[in-house]
Ligand binder design. Structure first.
Ligand code: HEM
Length: 600
C-alpha cells in the first residue's frame, strides 16, 4: 500500500446532497461513497467488499447502507456489515463539514487486491498460440465461436495467455480472482476497450455501456434510477400485462401446433418490457403491431460482434451489403427514436413548471443538466436510448432461451418448478403479485444454474488504462485484456460436478461438503460496472418462466445436439425450436387468456 504525499482537506460535496441517498465522490481518482449517519457525515471506500458493486448506487434504510448488488447491509455510523457472515467493515476516511460543504481527507490509496503482486514476467513471456507475422492470431478468431476459442486457449496454455491481433498484444485471463480484481479495478486502472467505444459511437450507440469517465458516471446514475428496485414494484402491473400478452401468443402457437422459434417471442417480450419501463411507451411487438424496432434491432448486435473483432475496419472505407442493411436498420430506428423523443418532449412541456420529477429514463435524460446548466447532447440521448434497448432485449431473451433449452430434457426440474409456481400463484395463469414473484427460490436456482453454464456474456473485453501488474505479469497501458467469465464457473474447484445442470446446488439442501463458490459465476459482470438491469432481468425471467411452466408442456423439436452456442456479442442457443402443448390443468383458462389479450 502506498502512502499519499500529503493529506489536504478537499471539498467533495454539498451537505444537502446527502439527505436521503448515498452520494458518490471522487478524489484524485479514488472513488468514495458519502452518507449522512446519525453521528455526522461518513465517507467510505466506494465499492462493496462482497462483489465490488458501487455503494453510491445502493439505498439507505433504518440507519443502514444497503448494497444494490446482493443486499449486503452496512451500519452508517461504523461501516460494519450488519447481520451476515462473513463479517466485513467498510474503510472510512476522515470528513468534516464547513457550512454547506463536506470536506474529506484521503490518506491512503485503496488496496489493489489480487491485481498487484510483483511483476516477474512480461506479457511476451506468457505462453499462447502461435500466430502469423503482423496479423498475429487474428485469422484464428472465428467470431461466432470466439468464446470457445479463447476458452480453449486458456485450457491449453494456462490461466494467463498472450495473444496478438494485428500487432496489438492481448492478455487472456482465465483465473477467477484475477478476473474479478480486473473488473473491480474499473474505472481507474481498466476500462472497456477504446476500439469498442469507437465502433459503438460510429453506430450511434454512444451510451452508458461504452462511455467512460465523468460522462459514464452521470449516465449510469440515470440508468440506475430508472432500473432501481423501488421502481420495479410500481412497474409490476405493466410487466404483468406484457406477460399476459406473451401467454396469449403462446396459447395461439400451441393451439396451431406450430414449431415455435421461442427466441423471437422472448425478444418481442423484452422489447415491450424495456420500452414500457424506459420510455413509458408500449410498442406491443408481441401482438405483431409496431414491430419495426424488433426487426431492425436484430441487425445491431451481430454488427457489434463483426466490427469489434474485425481484422481491418473496412466499413470506414466502403460498405458491404451487410453494412448497408445495418445503415438502413439504424435509420429506421432513428425515426422511431425521433418520434419517442418528440412525444416525450411534448409530454414534459405540458406538465406544470413545478413538476420536474422524471417518470422514466428518457424523461430523466431530457431533463438532466450539467453544472453549467447544459442538457445532454442529442448524440448521448439517442445513444443511451439504443443502449438500453439493446442491453435489455437480447441478454434477457437469450438467457431465458437457455433456461428453456435445459428444461426440455429435465421433467424432474419442470415438476419442481410447477410445484413452486402453483403454490405461489394458485390457478392464475400469470404471476399476479410482485412480492410472490420475488420469492421463488427454485426458479432462482434454475436461472442461476442456466446462467452459470451458458452466460450470455462468457467473456468481457477490457483495456488497461495505466501500466498494471496482473498476477505476476507486467501489463502495459493500452493492452487489451479479455476476462473469461464462464471458465471459473466450470471449474470443479468452484462447483462440484461442474458440467451438469443441477439447480439444487444453489439451494440450502446442497451437501455442505460439496464445492460451491457462488462468486465464481458472474453472469452480470462485477464491480462498478456490474449490470444495472440485473433486478429487472431476474424479475422478467421469473415471471416468464412461471407463466410458461404453469401453462404449457414444452417439447423440443430436434435434438439437444443440434443446438449451437452462437456468439454475436451475446451467445444464444442457435437452432432451439420447440412445440408447446397447453397443459390439461391450465387449458380451462385458455379462452380467458386469449380474451384478455384481445381486450388489451
Ligand atoms: C439476463 C439478462 C442480462 C444479463 C446476463 C446482463 C449482463 C450484463 C453484463 C455481463 C454486463 C457487463 C458488466 C460488466 O462490465 O461488469 C452488463 C452491462 C449492462 N447491462 Fe446488462 N444484462 C442483462 C440484462 C439487462 C437489462 C434488462 C438491462 C436494462 C434494461 C441491462 C442494462 C445494462 C447496462 C446499461 C449495462 C452497462 C453498465 C455499465 O457499463 O456501467 N442489462 N449486462
Amino acid at each position: 500500500m502506498k502512502q499519499a504525499g500529503s493529506t489536504p482537506w478537499r471539498r467533495v460535496a454539498k451537505l444537502a446532497e446527502l439527505s436521503a441517498h448515498p452520494c458518490a465522490a471522487s478524489v484524485d481518482g479514488i472513488e468514495l461513497v458519502l452518507v449522512q449517519s446519525a453521528d455526522g457525515v461518513r465517507a467510505y471506500d466506494a465499492v462493496c467488499p462482497h462483489r465490488g458493486a458501487l455503494l453510491s448506487e445502493g439505498e439507505i434504510a433504518d440507519g443502514k447502507l444497503i448494497c444494490r448488488g446482493h443486499g449486503w447491509r452496512f451500519d452508517l455510523v461504523t461501516g460494519e456489515r450488519v447481520g451476515g457472515i462473513p463479517k466485513a467493515c467498510l474503510r472510512s476516511h476522515p470528513t468534516r463539514v464547513e457550512g454547506d460543504d463536506v470536506l474529506l481527507q484521503i490518506g491512503t490509496t485503496p488496496a489493489a487486491g489480487a491485481l498487484v503482486t510483483s511483476a516477474l514476467r512480461k506479457l511476451d513471456d506468457l505462453p499462447g498460440p502461435r500466430g502469423w507475422p503482423f496479423f498475429g492470431n487474428a485469422f484464428q478468431i472465428d467470431v461466432p465461436r470466439i468464446h470457445h476459442i479463447l476458452e480453449g486457449w486458456v485450457q491449453k496454455y494456462g490461466p494467463l495467455v498472450k495473444v496478438s491481433l494485428m500487432g496489438k498484444p492481448v492478455l487472456i485471463v482465465g483465473d477467477a480472482k484475477l478476473s474479478e480484481a480486473l473488473l473491480l479495478a474499473r474505472p481507474k486502472s481498466v476500462r472497456r476497450p477504446t476500439a469498442l467505444e469507437l465502433v459503438f459511437d460510429e453506430m450511434g450507440v454512444t451510451g452508458v455501456f461504452s462511455t467512460e469517465g465523468d460522462a459514464w458516471r452521470e449516465q449510469r446514475r440515470l440508468a440506475l434510477q430508472a432500473l432501481a428496485n423501488r421502481h420495479l414494484r410500481g412497474f409490476f402491473p405493466t410487466l404483468r400485462r406484457v406477460v399476459e400478452r406473451l401467454d396469449a401468443r403462446l396459447c395461439r402457437e400451441a393451439s396451431e401446433g406450430k414449431v415455435v422459434e421461442i427466441q423471437d417471442d422472448l425478444m418481442r417480450f423484452t422489447v415491450d418490457v424495456t420500452t414500457s419501463l424506459v420510455f413509458s411507451t408500449d410498442m406491443n411487438t408481441l401482438d405483431g403491431g409496431d414491430d419495426v424496432l424488433q426487426r431492425h434491432l436484430s441487425h445491431v448486435f451481430p454488427a457489434f460482434a463483426r466490427r469489434t473483432f474485425a481484422v481491418f475496419p473496412y466499413w470506414r472505407y466502403f460498405r458491404l451489403p451487410v453494412d448497408r442493411a445495418l445503415d438502413r436498420a439504424l435509420g429506421e430506428i432513428r425515426k422511431l427514436q425521433d418520434r419517442l423523443v418528440n412525444e416525450t418532449r411534448a409530454r414534459l412541456a405540458a406538465r406544470p413548471a413545478n413538476d420536474t420529477e422524471p417518470r422514466d429514463f428518457l424523461e430523466a435524460m431530457l431533463l438532466a443538466r450539467d453544472e453549467h446548466g447544459r442538457p445532454f447532447s442529442n448524440e448521448i440521448i439517442y445513444g443511451n436510448m439504443l443502449t438500453m434497448l439493446l442491453a435489455g432485449e437480447d441478454t434477457t431473451a437469450q438467457s431465458l432461451a437457455w433456461v428453456v433449452h435445459f428444461l426440455c430434457e429435465r421433467p424432474d426440474v419442470v415438476a419442481r418448478l410447477r410445484d413452486e409456481a402453483d403454490a405461489a400463484f394458485g390457478s392464475q395463469r400469470v404471476p399476479f403479485d410482485f412480492d410472490r414473484a420475488q420469492d421463488l427460490p427454485y426458479f432462482d436456482a434454475v436461472i442461476n444454474e442456466a446462467m452459470r453454464l451458458r452466460p450470455v456474456a462468457p467473456f468481457l473485453g477490457l483495456e488497461a488504462v495505466e501500466d498494471l501488474v496482473v498476477g505476476d505479469v507486467q501489463v502495459r497501458k493500452g493492452t487489451w485484456i479479455d476476462v473469461m467469465l464462464r471458465l471459473p464457473a466450470l471449474d470443479a474447484a468452484h462447483f462440484a460436478d461442474p458440467e451438469s445442470f443441477r439447480p439444487e446446488r444453489w439451494l440450502p439442501e446442497r451437501p455442505k461438503t460439496e464445492a460451491h463458490v457462488s462468486g465464481a459465476s458472474l453472469p452480470f459482470g462485477s464491480g462498478p460496472r456490474i449490470c444495472p438491469g440485473r433486478s429487472l432481468a431476474l424479475l422478467e425471467m421469473r415471471v416468464v418462466l412461471a407463466t410458461l411452466i404453469k401453462n404449457f408442456d414444452v417439447e423440443r423439436v430436434g435434438s439437444p445436439d443440434d443446438i449451437v452456442e452462437h456468439f454475436s456479442f451475446t451467445t444464444s442457443p442457435r437452432g432451439l425450436r420447440i412445440r408447446l402443448h397447453e397443459r390439461a390443468a391450465a387449458a380451462g383458462s385458455l379462452e380467458t387468456a386469449a380474451a384478455r389479450s384481445v381486450s388489451a
